[in-house]
Design a protein around this ligand. Structure first.
Ligand SMILES: C[S@@+](CC[C@H](N)C(=O)[O-])C[C@H]1O[C@@H](n2cnc3c(N)ncnc32)[C@H](O)[C@@H]1O
Length: 393
């Protein structure tokens, strides 16, 4: 592909991404993969170049642009050499009209930036950086020293004791260590959240919003595969991924439990006041994960955030009922909006005045509200809020 054809391909993909963001369609990653499946003429260099253009244009545009062309012309403000490729030749973008719309640079839609006002502008901008590829070494099968020696280019992550940071472009599926469950893909921040649970061998632990089990598997490793670990979720597809992952990781203590939304209490009746620890890795707006899917900020609405805040309080109350006297509830969101994080945790404590706040003892982040906050700029992780509350005895 010529450089101009790559720009046109990126514009086509941006059009699809913009439409999907407005209609709840597929993520940019999926759209890019689909696009190249039917265009075998594109080589690996073309794919990488197009992908980089698409993501650079997405990252630059705070508001959802009117079109892929507007998004690309926005990027061309910062990279003027792109403008020269709008020359109307074969497969190239048409020449530029003097009055054409150009997407403005920004972090996110204005209402959303206002919700991130506890972050300074450098912190906000860093939400749109590129995420590193982090792995967690599975202590049930090996240790970090062994993996550092085995994996070329691997570096220890700065904070999490089992974390590895891999060189860009590492093909994980090709690694034997991956196939054998000695390593898992996991952002260092997620690893630190599992650490904040302080799960130990022999405990009864509930991961209430387990998804596909990223943190569940980290908890199982911390528990040395000894104890009870109940992994719940309302999403059948996500939870369905947990069992094969657990097998690969050599985890045998996980009991997956699919919940019906609004009927969770019935399904969990046996666990009332039983758990040493309940982790609520709550459904959230994901503002801390924009490094991975920057177009997510074009999808969010105020109404969606409000709905999520209500859901977070709902799951927190369910979680609280399962913590045994003196046990701990760990609350986490991968969002830096305070209504979901520090404010959400405060709202829980207001409804449960006998609960006390426990310190979060992880070697990263900064104190924020009654918990701790991790950010891409400060910690090099995704953005998270995490807090701990202890049930009255
Ligand atoms: C942030 S994700 C969890 C990610 C997961 N813990 C991990 O480490 O990969 C939040 C999860 O909460 C689930 N969820 C939503 N409503 C729920 C509910 N009422 N009870 C339990 N889980 C729920 C979602 O399906 C989603 O998988």
């Amino acid at each position: 592909m010529t450089p101009a054809a790559r720009v046109q391909a990126a514009i086509d993909l941006l059009n699809e991404t913009i439409a999907a963001a407005g209609a709840g369609g597929a993520a940019a990653d999926t759209l890019i993969a689909r696009y190249f499946k039917t265009r075998r003429y594109a080589g690996s260099k073309d794919r990488r170049a197009v992908r980089d253009l698409v993501y650079a244009a997405i990252r630059r545009a705070g508001e959802r642009p009117v079109s892929g062309r507007a998004a690309m012309l926005g990027l061309a403000v910062d990279q003027p050499e792109i403008r020269d490729l709008f020359d109307g030749s074969d497969h190239a973008p048409a020449t530029i009209d003097p009055g054409e719309l150009v997407a403005r640079a920004g972090v996110a839609p204005a209402w959303l930036v206002a919700k991130l006002d506890t972050l300074d502008s450098a912190e906000q901008q860093a939400l749109l950086g590129r995420a590193p590829l982090d792995l967690r070494v599975n202590r049930l099968k090996t240790d970090r020293e062994t993996m550092l020696a085995e994996l070329p280019g691997a570096e220890p992550t700065p904070h999490a004791p089992d974390g590895l940071r891999m060189p860009e472009g590492t093909q994980l599926e090709a690694l034997t260590a991956y196939a054998e469950g000695r390593i898992e893909v996991q952002d260092e921040g997620s690893q630190l959240l599992a650490l904040a649970c302080e799960a130990r061998a022999g405990m009864m632990v509930i991961d209430l919003c387990a998804g596909a089990g990223g943190k569940t598997l980290a908890l199982a490793a911390a528990m040395k595969n000894d104890g009870r670990l109940i992994a719940c979720d309302t999403d059948r597809r996500r939870l369905g991924n947990l069992a094969p992952r657990a097998v690969r990781a050599g985890v045998t203590i996980v009991e997956p439990k699919l919940l019906d939304p609004d009927r969770e209490r019935e399904a969990l009746a046996d666990f009332v006041k039983q758990a040493d620890i309940v982790l609520v890795d709550a459904p959230c707006s994901g503002t801390g994960t924009w490094r991975r899917n920057p177009e997510a900020r074009w999808r969010l609405t105020r109404a969606r955030v409000e709905k999520l805040v209500m859901l977070q309080q709902h799951v927190l109350d369910i979680a609280a009922s399962m913590v045994k006297p003196g046990g701990a509830l760990v609350y986490a969101v991968c969002s830096l909006i305070d209504d979901e994080g520090a404010g959400g945790f405060d709202a829980f404590l207001t409804r449960h005045p006998k609960w006390t706040v426990d310190p979060v003892t992880i070697p990263a982040g900064v104190a924020h509200g009654k918990g701790r906050r991790l950010t891409p700029l400060h910690d090099g992780t995704d953005g998270f809020f995490v807090a701990r509350a202890r049930a009255p005895c």
